[in-house]
Design a protein around this ligand. Structure first.
Ligand code: NAG
Ligand code: NAG
Ligand code: NAG
Ligand code: NAG
Length: 537
């Protein structure tokens, strides 16, 4: 009797303390140099900078080179080669999704009692209902299913067709037509935060449309007054981009302030990450900048895979310090479960490692190598082991293998904007904002430059593998494959081992049944219906 009573008491104490909240903010196609905390100063990002200043900017953090593989990695904790998602993206008419055999992040968190909400982009399969967010662990979803939408009319134009793609759960959200998408997401995120029962843990994922380009007729859109406020940026594309970025930054501030108002922020983890590098020009042209890194989105150069990101939490002890630990987007799943008090050792067959101790106490990195990707359809692959990176093959016949701007460093950095931002006020209310001088030192340390006393050594990855000392040479200027054959051999062997475990890519040909023309100009879960289209419920 007595023993049983003690056990009951212990259980009650355990549930009385709610697990901490997790807010995951994903930016789309945001480049390394599109945030103020990496040295860019011609577009203020005060809210992002304030959270980076009071959190931990991730200085050696890597993502997959393109959207669907990156999101698959984030959701599963597995490299895309281990889910068949390594090649290209899911198209609107493609009968394919992240395999249903995969258990994903919100499903794990739901088991721990979290309420789970997705606001924004999905892009992990929609041709059947079973692939959609509400059937994969999310309690609610407002946003879209395909790769990108116009930020006002919420349509996607691709593969010679065009359709509406904006949903509240399974239903079309036509009522939001014409509303700027970043504002829609921000309002929805705040609604979720305000309606949340604080005695339950919250998992809120805000997967922004920003700063991805929209449709070809008007690819970069933001409210006129926001764009006008940047009229002194001389490149008109970069000026419009500045408007899109400013709205993203404002959203981060408003969401942080809402968490603070509800008292959720003091026990929250906020993760901010891009899905892949920016696209200065060419395909999916968003006028983003990876300066001074080499390459773009959908390349395996640092500009494609070195991600702009930070982690923020009052529960991190080594705050306001750059995280120099190597980290990969697959690590978030075990790291978040560890933070949430889940059983990380029960996770089977994932590639991600628990980096919570590395981040919270500035401990040693839980990994020393990372696979950037192996894509045998493109014929490219890259891997990093210790300080070495090996890269073989390329995309776009090498068209995007160069270095692109802008540096955006011509103006003085306005640090008082950072300390006046909504996010800074929320962090300061918890006593977390560092002294300005400290933040400015951190920012200098995070600002990469390419100076080298040694001459560049050419790399032609379509003819032979290239090797870089990525710690000394983040700009990938000196190909050391010939000078360092032993290191090159070691990384080639590691790549061969990784390739041996790769699944075949699961890309599928477009299914004509998926054409929005058959469904009143709407992207649908066409795989659930007959062959001739039908009406949308
Ligand atoms: C909040 O959740 C707790 C625990 O599940 C429950 O007891 C309480 O009734 C809920 N409050 C509201 C307002 O729903
Ligand atoms: C450009 O615009 C920004 C934002 O309005 C302003 O802070 C800055 O002083 C302007 N710079 C120049 C050179 O006009
Ligand atoms: C965690 O998972 C491992 C592996 O499945 C298991 O052996 C262990 O008992 C679990 N620990 C807890 C506290 O549940
Ligand atoms: C490097 O890439 C080329 C082109 O895709 C390919 O033919 C070759 O087998 C690759 N080499 C290695 C060692 O992976």
């Amino acid at each position: 009797m007595w023993r049983a009573a003690v056990v009951v008491m212990v259980v009650e104490v355990a549930v009385a303390v709610t697990r901490p909240h997790i807010v995951l903010i994903v930016a789309d196609d945001l480049g390394w140099n599109d945030v103020g905390f990496h040295g860019m100063s011609h577009i203020p990002t005060p809210n992002l900078d304030a959270l980076a200043a009071s959190g931990r900017p991730l200085q050696r953090y890597y993502v997959a080179p393109v959207c669907t593989p990156s999101r698959a990695a984030l959701m599963t904790g597995k490299y895309p080669i281990h889910t068949g998602m390594q090649h290209s993206v899911i198209y609107g008419m493609e009968p394919r999704g992240l395999p249903l055999s995969e258990k994903i992040l919100p499903q794990y968190l739901k088991e721990l009692g979290y309420k789970t909400h997705l606001v924004g982009k999905w892009h992990l399969g929609h041709f059947k209902r079973e692939y959609l967010p509400l059937n994969r662990g999310f309690d609610s979803h407002l946003g879209f299913w395909t790769g990108k939408i116009d930020m006002y009319d919420h349509t996607n134009m691709e593969h010679d067709t065009w359709g509406h793609d904006f949903r509240r759960g399974f239903s079309n959200a036509y009522d939001l037509f014409g509303r700027y998408v970043t504002d829609v997401y921000t309002d929805e995120a705040i609604k979720v935060i305000e309606a949340h029962n604080a005695s339950c843990p919250l998992f809120l994922m805000v997967a922004h449309s920003a700063v991805h380009s929209g449709n070809p007729n008007q690819p970069i859109r933001a409210p006129d007054d926001t764009v006008d406020s940047f009229r002194n940026i001389s490149d008109p594309r970069r000026q419009r981009f500045a408007g899109v970025l400013a709205k993203l930054d404002e959203s981060v501030g408003r969401v942080t302030a809402a968490l603070q108002r509800r008292g959720l922020l003091r026990r929250a983890l906020v993760v901010f990450t891009t899905d892949n590098g920016g696209v200065p020009q060419g395909f999916n042209d968003n006028a983003g900048s990876n300066y001074p890194l080499r390459g773009t989105k959908n390349t395996l150069w640092e500009g494609g895979v070195r991600g702009a990101a930070f982690v923020w939490s009052p529960l991190i002890e080594s705050r306001s310090r750059l995280a120099m630990q190597k980290m990969h987007i697959v690590d978030w799943l075990p790291t978040m479960l560890s933070f949430a008090g889940g059983n990380v050792s029960a996770l089977a067959d994932i590639d991600g490692v628990d980096q919570w101790a590395a981040l919270a106490q500035d401990g040693p990195a839980a990994r020393h190598s990372l696979l950037h990707n192996i894509d045998d359809d493109y014929g490219n692959a890259a891997i990093t082991v210790d300080d070495w990176k090996l890269l073989n093959g390329t995309t776009y016949n090498g068209t995007w293998d160069g270095w692109y701007g802008p540096a955006g460093r011509e103006r003085p950095y306005n640090v008082s904007l950072v300390y006046d931002s909504e996010a800074a006020r929320a962090a300061a209310a918890l006593g977390l904002m560092p002294a300005q001088e400290h933040y400015l030192e951190m920012r200098d340390a995070a600002t990469l430059t390419c100076k080298s006393d040694l001459p560049p050594i050419k790399c032609q990855p379509s003819s032979a593998p290239c090797l870089f000392n990525i710690k000394e040479d983040p700009c990938e200027l000196r190909n050391l494959a010939d000078e360092q054959p032993a290191a090159a051999g070691r990384l080639l062997a590691a790549l061969r081992r990784a390739r041996a475990s790769a699944l075949a890519p699961n890309n599928a040909a477009d299914d004509p049944r998926g054409d929005p023309r058959l469904w009143g100009r709407v992207y649908t879960n066409f795989g659930d219906y007959g062959s001739s289209g039908g009406s949308i419920k």
